[in-house]
Design a protein around this ligand. Structure first.
Ligand code: CA
Length: 361
């Protein structure tokens, strides 16, 4: 209720009495406060991902002038990393921060909204989500769980990873023990690789001990922080398996519905701002870190051979097609994203790609 309206409706006769009533009542009426918990799939303050969760919470807190107070919990602080989806779905936490590919056990199609081998770049992914019908499909997918998803970050094209041997042909992938999760992992298995799923924190020691021959992580910025250059000699590109990995915010539908309209808009706008922030930060920090890796640590940065990439692309098409045929929802989402990909590629080829080639001539 607005101040003037309140005075009129309350029929306050005396200015003095009215003022004291207002002082006691108005703040509670105009400024309902919401205390939200945000559970995340990453360790607290983890470079990039954890930082993006913190940024998102800060943006919401500041833009709402404290009317929503979001407190961030790192993995295992409140609940384990892989229970983020359930916790927000049940309302144990009002928000979550994670990657959709973790939830394929809940909804197989969630994988379309995180990383698809040879799929969309960051810019193309945002275009599909915001303007190509992608976000509507994502919301539809999470609706039965009482969740509203929003993209809140993107890593951009990742690196193919760190290898302790040179990859000169497809045969070199045979028997390769590599940490590579998701659909990309399935692709590697089909060309003879052995995928091992271990948490990020154990990558260094696993490469050092020989439990792994190779690992992918993210890109120079995050990989430098892990010190992977000390335990693997070759750093390959491009990250065919994760060309534009999307980070998601999960919002409990009921908690969202309880917010006034302006706060709802603040939450969604904060997600958009954090989404833009992450790709900008990664682009800036990746190139600084790449410079350090090459010039200070003398890392060999190599392209995967064309024929290897070609084969990986063929197998990726197979794997993604199989996912698309799992159920009706997957079919619908795949139809949307594959049509968008086909169309946007025509444009990207004659805009970004043509320009980038021209720029480096
Ligand atoms: Ca990765």
């Amino acid at each position: 209720m607005k101040r003037r309206e309140f005075i009129r409706k309350a029929g306050v006769g005396s200015v003095v009495a009215g003022a004291s009533v207002l002082a006691a009542v108005q703040p509670a009426q105009a400024e309902a406060k919401f205390k939200w918990k945000m559970v995340t799939a990453w360790p607290k303050n983890f470079p990039g991902l954890g930082a993006n969760a913190n940024l998102l919470a800060d943006l919401i807190n500041q833009m709402s002038a404290g009317r929503i107070e979001v407190k961030v919990y790192g993995a295992a602080e409140l609940i384990p990393a892989f229970e983020v989806f359930d916790a927000v779905s049940k309302g144990t936490a009002e928000m979550g921060h994670s990657g959709a590919y973790y939830w394929k056990g809940k909804a197989e199609s969630a994988q379309f909204f995180s990383a698809v081998p040879f799929g969309l770049t960051a810019q193309e992914m945002n275009a599909w989500l915001y303007y190509g019908g992608g976000l509507e499909l994502w919301r539809e997918l999470y609706k039965p769980f009482g969740l509203i998803p929003a993209p809140t970050g993107n890593s951009g094209v990742q690196m193919a990873g760190w290898f302790n041997r040179e990859i000169k042909s497809l045969a070199d992938l045979n028997g390769l023990k590599m940490r590579i999760p998701g659909l990309g992992g399935e692709v590697l298995r089909r060309v003879g690789g052995a995928t091992v799923n271990i948490p990020g924190g154990e990558l260094f020691t696993s490469l050092q001990s020989g439990a792994l021959d190779a690992t992918e992580w993210v890109g120079p910025y995050n990989d430098l922080a892990f010190g992977l250059y000390k335990v693997a000699k070759y750093y390959y590109y491009p990250g065919w398996h994760e060309p534009g990995s999307t980070i998601e915010a999960l919002i409990n539908e009921k908690a969202f519905a309880a917010l006034p309209k302006d706060l709802q808009q603040i939450v969604l706008t904060a997600c958009k701002a954090a989404n833009m922030d992450m790709i900008s930060e990664y682009t800036a920090r990746n190139n600084q870190a790449l410079d350090t890796l090459i010039n200070k640590h003398k890392v060999q940065v190599l392209p995967l051979p064309d024929d290897v990439l070609k084969k990986l692309r063929q197998i990726s098409d197979e794997v993604v097609n199989e996912l698309a045929n799992k159920d009706q929802t997957a079919k619908k989402i795949y139809a949307s994203v594959s049509q968008f990909r086909q169309q946007v590629m025509r444009w990207t080829d004659i805009s970004e790609l043509a320009f980038l080639k021209a720029r480096s001539v």
